[in-house]
Design a protein around this ligand. Structure first.
Ligand SMILES: Cc1cc2nc3c(=O)[nH]c(=O)nc-3n(C[C@H](O)[C@H](O)[C@H](O)COP(=O)(O)OP(=O)(O)OC[C@H]3O[C@@H](n4cnc5c(N)ncnc54)[C@H](O)[C@@H]3O)c2cc1C
Length: 505
């Protein structure tokens, strides 16, 4: 272990969410070593995987807060450039905040005034006729709405993985299944990070540990803030409803949330959520009937009364916002240990603030990274190759790929039309997918209507062969989340019969 883990780096990032990967992406152009450590089996397994996926332009933010300033700096043009260079899906679909009765007018007009104060262009109030032209299925009782053409929707898995892969392509190292358990300092300066796999020496340590960032910051000093989970629950409707709603629809906002939302995902589903429930368990992602009833009544049924309550819902899920007690992002140097940078309370709009957060962190790294070489690497490439996604190609293009590699002609996931070739590509990418959920996040195999019922066993077989492991070692999401418990042969022997089939639990 010592040999493998006799490791050194210049900059060490803790956490492979969109923020940690965004910082790695930002810094990977420079001539110093970067390492990112993530306790889970893949990047994008924390808050970054379960959220509303909206690109907010900050039209209604409080500019006196850091989170307001950073989202305003992270313009849609920056995201559009990033999407072109790194190849992730981004749809600037716009948003509507509809009103039904006179009392809604005040809230909507207040938001309109805020957009003017925040210098956001194109925001306007539309009347009933235009509202229903924009959203033909909306409840006819909706009378007016605030229309913002700048709001977008992106795919948070694609974004996070693209940022991380781009960093790896430019020399960064990503260590998965590696949990930081302590941080060492000497003479008031950070020296190394202790992980459950060994010690890594580092000149600068960046704490992007999301919900656990308070715990990590507390490894070097006493902290005077807390991070609490604030849960949001979602309905994901099947693809037949993917075009039912054209824009992101907000319900009237509350003091702790921008309100409930309904939007078309970039993959063609309809996403509806999310409420805001404070609780204590950072890993608790359970959903509850009360939340689902609330979202259905206050958003789905109120705005789109024809949408069913359950039948066409593919899945329900929850995400936890990392809410600090200041209700703001806290980004800065550690008070006592030079070289340690903390990002605390990066709740919404964290996904929409990545470019400005990464810029700010770069400035902080420059302040404490005295010996780091900020010259640009000679091999730096600002673009990431686009992964092959057959369902997005023409028949001729697909035929060309299949002629070159027959694995692209073997369909493994029927719901989402994902081929064996694409699954093998995901396993071989710069941040390799080594479990079922990692394959799902990269290819969508298992994300369709049957939720992996058909393709799951086949993906297990591909992982087994490609990784050279026993099928019993294949997991759903790393650690001990095994899919199979024993070979059917063993089971049959236990039961006095014989078989070569594998048992899937
Ligand atoms: C319900 C909900 C809706 C939201 N909607 C939006 C939205 O529409 N638009 C928007 O802009 N933002 C939204 N957000 C906010 C956005 O999702 C977050 O700001 C963003 O994902 C935070 O990313 P992160 O990298 O800080 O955290 P995470 O994604 O949680 O990443 C932190 C990582 O650190 C790892 N880690 C923790 N401790 C350790 C350790 N000791 N060692 C190693 N690794 C460790 C974790 O495993 C995790 O992978 C929403 C959030 C929620 C929950």
């Amino acid at each position: 272990m010592e040999g493998e883990w006799d490791m050194k780096t210049d900059v060490l990032i803790i956490g492979g969410g969109v923020i940690g990967c965004g910082i790695a992406h930002q810094l990977c152009k420079y001539n110093f070593d970067i390492m990112l450590v993530e306790k889970e089996a893949d990047v994008c397994m924390g808050t970054s995987k379960a959220n509303s996926s909206m690109l907010h332009d900050g039209y209604n933010v409080d500019k006196t807060k850091l989170k307001g300033q950073l989202v305003l700096k992270s313009t849609k043009e920056l995201y559009q450039k990033m999407a072109e260079e790194l190849h992730f899906d981004l749809n600037i679909c716009g948003s509507l905040l509809p009103g039904f009765v006179e009392a809604d007018w005040d809230a909507i007009y207040h938001q309109f005034q805020m957009s003017a104060e925040n210098d956001i262009r194109g925001v306007r109030i539309v009347g009933q006729k235009e509202l229903h032209e924009l959203e033909p299925h909306m409840n006819p009782a909706a009378k007016f709405a605030l229309f913002n053409p700048n709001t977008g929707v992106l795919n948070p898995f694609e974004l996070t993985i693209a940022l991380g892969e781009h960093a790896v392509q430019n020399g960064a190292k990503v260590l998965l299944n590696t949990e930081v358990t302590g941080i060492n300092s000497s003479g008031g300066r950070v020296t190394s990070v202790v992980t459950d796999r060994g010690i890594i020496e580092a000149k600068v340590v960046i704490n992007a540990a999301g919900l656990f960032s308070d715990h990590v910051a507390g490894m070097v000093e006493t902290i005077d803030y807390t991070v609490k989970p604030r849960k949001g629950v979602y309905f994901l409707y099947d693809k037949q409803y993917g075009t039912y709603i054209k824009r992101a629809i907000y319900s009237t906002p509350t003091t702790v949330s921008k309100g409930l939302i309904m939007l078309p995902t970039t993959e063609g589903n309809l996403l509806c959520g999310s409420n805001a429930i404070m609780h204590d368990e950072k890993d608790d992602l359970s959903t509850d009937l009360e939340s689902l009833n609330h979202i259905y009544a206050e958003a789905i049924h109120k705005y789109y009364p024809e949408l069913p309550r359950m039948g066409d819902v593919t899945t329900i899920f929850a995400g936890n916002r990392a809410a600090s007690n200041t209700e703001d992002f806290i980004i800065g140097h550690s008070k006592n240990v030079r070289g340690m940078i903390n990002l605390i309370g990066i709740q919404s709009p964290g996904l929409s603030s990545v470019p400005a957060i990464a810029d700010m962190v770069e400035d902080l790294v420059r302040e404490v990274g005295e010996n780091l070489n900020f010259g640009i690497k000679d091999y730096y490439n600002p673009t990431r190759p686009k992964p092959i996604v057959l369902r997005e190609l023409s028949y001729q293009e697909r035929a060309d790929y299949i002629a070159e590699n027959p694995d692209y002609g073997t369909i493994i996931c029927r719901c989402e039309t994902v081929s064996k070739g694409e699954i093998l590509d995901a396993i071989r990418r710069p941040i390799p997918a080594t479990d079922l959920d990692a394959i799902k996040r990269r290819t969508r195999a298992g994300m369709g209507r049957c939720q992996g019922g058909f393709c799951g066993p086949r993906v297990v077989g591909i992982l087994e062969k490609e990784l050279g492991i026993s099928p019993l070692e294949v997991t759903k999401k790393g650690k001990d989340s095994y899919i199979l418990s024993m070979q059917a042969k063993e089971l049959a022997l236990q039961e006095g019969g014989s078989s070569n089939e594998k048992v899937i639990l």
